[in-house]
Design a protein around this ligand. Structure first.
Ligand code: SF4
Length: 325
């Protein structure tokens, strides 16, 4: 059994995907955007250049090995420490995954490259595509997503609309709300109109419940986000996860999944570090994701803190741990 995987991580519990086995196909932090709410920190230089940032052969070799060791997951999720559609061999990778397993493939994307025919041709091979849309006009798009110079909201929306017509799988849009930036009535009306234009299967609403690239981003209350979901219509669902209580409940509900997870990894410390490289996690997130006790999690965290490998930030009384890149 291999305990050092470079590209695969998890499976980790995901509110949107159940038990998700993630695959990194771009390195930190290759992205077309520099979102103020990004959990991975700042994009030093945005890019729109598609290339083989990570070769797909070792990725498929890791997946083959994990499957042979008993990997089970609800989804294989192509993500990365940036924008996965920037990997020019995305389509080939999905073909390769489909040859290895029946587990459905999801892509977590910011959607900005869907205006390109080659990117759409790659993405239609997935089962679920999960793009973002946080603004209804150019000014707000620039403020929240800080795109590469050649990306505009017009291009993003037109790419999403074209992709919707070509893609027969599930399209789940995510909208990230930031208090005072995209939450007034006029802006919500613009987002609603854009959602109707795109016609996704589902719309997931989120807000800043974890540490963000720009500090002091104002999150919405659960009540306000729920109210916006109501205004935006029946396809909308709140996926933000505020409370430690909720996280505790989630932990108990995934006992069986975490047992499955335990069967495919033998190094909790390495898995923990791998999780913290991808996103900030609370103690409860770590316990739920790795199926370990708080004592065990605290021990690993303490070891990493002493080694200067991770740091912590507190948001509304919840401490989040993150790997120092
Ligand atoms: S949130 Fe996603 S799209 Fe935005 S900068 Fe971070 S990685 Fe890129």
């Amino acid at each position: 059994m291999t305990n050092k995987r470079k590209y695969l991580y998890g499976p980790v519990p995901s509110r949107r995907l159940g038990l998700s086995c993630g695959i990194d196909i771009v390195p930190l932090k290759v992205c077309t955007l520099n979102c103020i709410y990004c959990q991975l920190g700042t994009t030093v230089q945005t890019t729109v250049e598609r290339k083989e940032y990570i070769p797909i052969e070792p990725v498929l070799a890791e997946l083959r090995e994990a499957l042979a060791e008993g990997l089970e997951a609800d989804y294989i999720t192509l993500a990365g420490s940036g924008e996965p559609t920037l990997n020019s061999r995305l389509g080939e990778l999905i073909d390769g995954i489909k040859k290895l397993t029946d587990i459905p493939v999801a892509i977590l994307t910011n959607g900005t490259l869907l205006y390109r025919e080659d990117v759409r041709a790659d993405c239609v091979k997935a089962d679920v595509v999960m793009p973002s849309l946080d603004a209804g006009d150019e000014q707000t798009f620039q403020k929240i997503n800080r795109p590469n110079g050649i990306i505009s909201i017009k291009k993003l929306i037109s790419g999403l609309c074209t992709f919707r017509k070509e893609f027969m799988g599930q399209l789940w849009l995510e909208v990230f709300f930031i208090e005072g930036i995209n939450t007034d009535a006029e802006h919500i009306a613009k987002i609603k109109k854009t959602i109707e234009l795109i016609n996704p299967d589902k719309v997931h609403l989120n807000t800043a419940v974890r540490p963000t690239a720009v500090p002091n981003i104002s999150r919405l209350s659960a009540e306000k986000l729920q109210e916006i979901a109501y205004q935006l219509g029946p396809k909308c669902e709140v996926v933000a996860d505020w409370s430690p209580t909720h996280r505790r409940q989630r932990k108990s509900s995934i006992t069986e999944d975490t047992l499955r997870y335990q069967s495919v990894t033998n190094s909790k410390a390495e898995s923990l570090l791998s999780m913290l490289k991808r996103r900030p996690c609370s103690l409860n997130d770590i316990c739920a994701g790795l199926g370990i006790t708080q004592d065990e999690a605290r021990k690993h965290i303490s070891d990493f803190q002493h080694g200067g490998v991770i740091r912590s930030d507190e948001i509304d009384g919840i401490v989040f741990f993150k790997a120092i890149s």
